[in-house]
Design a protein around this ligand. Structure first.
Ligand SMILES: Cc1ncc(COP(=O)(O)O)c(C=O)c1O
Length: 492
């Protein structure tokens, strides 16, 4: 390249700005306006081979003109699932909060990292304030924490910190410094606990699965039994995970009773409140998490129930002695210089296992500023009200059957088509019932009318799990949902 070429910028600012403006128009029109419009499809389903053809994904030697790129942006939105659509009930996250989305845009535009005050002064201060607010809702006056790339990673942080708490030498010496460890979680807990055990070298064989009652809640007496069992096998019980809001049934483990067991055996208590943590914002429903203040650590995902936008997951610690820092620091001198001109206590990056860390606090902070704690509480209460309405409707409708009475906002139910009604005593009833939800799901996806998840659960065959968190949803959408299941499944 000629040296002369370096005298001028290689990026033309004006066309770039023009492109951004036009792309934003598309984003608002196709993504936000159409995405939230009930008369538009939730998803324009295509088989993978057809979608590959439509999208023309190959990357080539030469670039394309802006008009073509804007068409491509349109296509990306068109063929993606609209999780903000009022008839999207498929995941634990849904909806679109304009303030949170603005926070996402600003975060992307500034493109910085959360690791040092020098590179992210606003966000270092902001993260601290948001985490403190979450800790206060748990009932902790002191503590520590960080935002993590998702609840699974937050849970893994908890295991790593708990192991370090028991065996600080393991940081240098590895597993040689640690006896055979044992950890405990309920049969209904999230699979990230098993993944964490594998990832951290603890081993999935050393995860003791504690029995649950008929509502899916951990049985504390069985926890104690399993701890004693592990001790008799010469294992070292170091970690109990209690779940507040299990993934499928939405069950809350009895944290206060579990805390008693942990105190008796001196075991680290982690509460995975990735899903149910947001109920702490509600005066009416926060009792579900009674005892959470006795936890040593908590996972809480505002990106699920609060609509903060993926991803926003807080790992919160009651310890305020700096264990996060001690457990994870590597003291890289190129980044965490000790002779900086400002107070380096604000350089929090060495507390984490990451180097660069995305800013996840702004979207939550801006959304909280816009709605206030009261507004967030109303959002949580509205989600409970949706579920109550749906549970009552299901009881009134022939062919619909609740798996359990919902305690939280997970609505698990079967649709029994007319051909199966009254056939409960037939030997193949369960087998046939289990085939209903997948067919209805296929039909709704291909039609694009709505989305809802299904799964087997414990000994139960496939049932639907509907989650409604999006405040844009109305009673009409909920009635449509039940009618549509009936329309799509009545011939099965
Ligand atoms: C109870 C529970 N914990 C942890 C997770 C994992 O969260 P993430 O998807 O952010 O990794 C989930 C996800 O659904 C969950 O339901």
């Amino acid at each position: 390249m000629a040296e002369d070429a370096l005298s001028h910028p290689a990026l033309d600012k004006e066309p770039g700005e023009q492109f951004l403006q036009e792309a934003f128009q598309i984003l608002i029109e196709e993504g936000v306006r159409k995405g939230m419009n009930v008369s538009e499809k939730v998803c324009d389903w295509k088989e993978p081979e057809e979608l590959k053809q439509i999208l023309d994904l190959d990357l080539r030697e030469s670039g394309e003109p802006n008009e073509r790129l804007l068409e491509r942006c349109r296509d990306v939105i068109k063929y993606s699932v609209k999780t903000c659509h009022p008839r999207f009930f498929n995941q634990l996250f849904s909806g679109l909060d304009p303030h949170a989305l603005t926070g996402c845009f600003i975060t992307e535009m500034l493109n910085t990292s959360q690791y040092t005050y020098e590179i992210g002064p606003v966000f270092v201060l902001m993260e601290e304030v948001v985490l403190k607010k979450l800790r206060e809702l748990i009932g902790w006056e002191r503590g520590d924490g960080i935002f993590c790339p998702g609840g699974s990673i937050s849970n893994m942080y908890a295991m790593n910190v708990a192991r370090y708490h028991c065996f600080p030498d393991c940081k240098q010496k590895g597993n040689w410094a640690v006896p055979k460890l044992a950890m405990f979680t309920s049969q209904e807990s999230h699979y990230s606990i098993q993944k964490g055990a594998a990832f951290l070298g603890i081993g999935t064989d050393n995860v003791y699965l504690v029995a649950v009652d008929e509502k899916g809640k951990m049985i504390p007496a069985d926890l104690e039994k399993q701890i004693n069992q592990a001790k008799s096998e010469k294992a070292f019980p170091f970690f109990v995970n209690a779940t507040c809001g299990t993934t499928v049934l939405g069950a809350f483990d009895p944290v206060a009773e579990i805390a008693e067991v942990c105190a008796r055996h001196r075991i680290w208590l982690h509460v995975d409140a990735a899903w149910g943590g947001s109920a702490l914002l509600s005066q009416r429903h926060q009792h579900l998490l009674d005892g959470i203040n006795r936890a040593d650590s908590v996972t809480w995902n505002p990106h699920k129930m609060l609509m903060t936008g993926l991803q926003c997951s807080a790992f919160l610690l009651h310890d305020s002695s700096g264990i996060l820092q001690r457990c994870h620091c590597a003291k890289a001198t190129y980044l965490f210089q000790t002779d900086k001109f400002y107070d380096t206590a604000y350089d929090k990056g060495d507390q984490t296992i990451q180097c660069g860390r995305k800013v996840d606090c702004l979207k939550l902070w801006l959304m909280w500023k816009a709605n206030g704690t009261k507004g967030l509480e109303q959002r949580v209460d509205r989600a409970f009200a949706y579920t109550r309405y749906m549970a009552n409707e299901i009881k009134k409708r022939e062919g619909f059957q609740l798996v359990i009475e919902p305690e939280f906002i997970n609505l698990c139910f079967w649709y029994v088509p007319p051909s199966l009604r009254g056939q409960e005593s037939c030997t193949d009833y369960s087998l046939r019932l289990g085939k209903v939800a997948p067919v209805i799901k296929e039909r709704m996806m291909k039609k694009g009318s709505m989305m809802v998840g299904y799964q087997p659960q414990g000994n139960n065959v496939n049932c639907f799990r509907q989650i409604v968190t999006n405040p844009a949803v109305t009673k009409e959408d909920l009635d449509f949902f039940l009618d549509e299941i009936e329309r799509l499944g009545k011939d099965l």
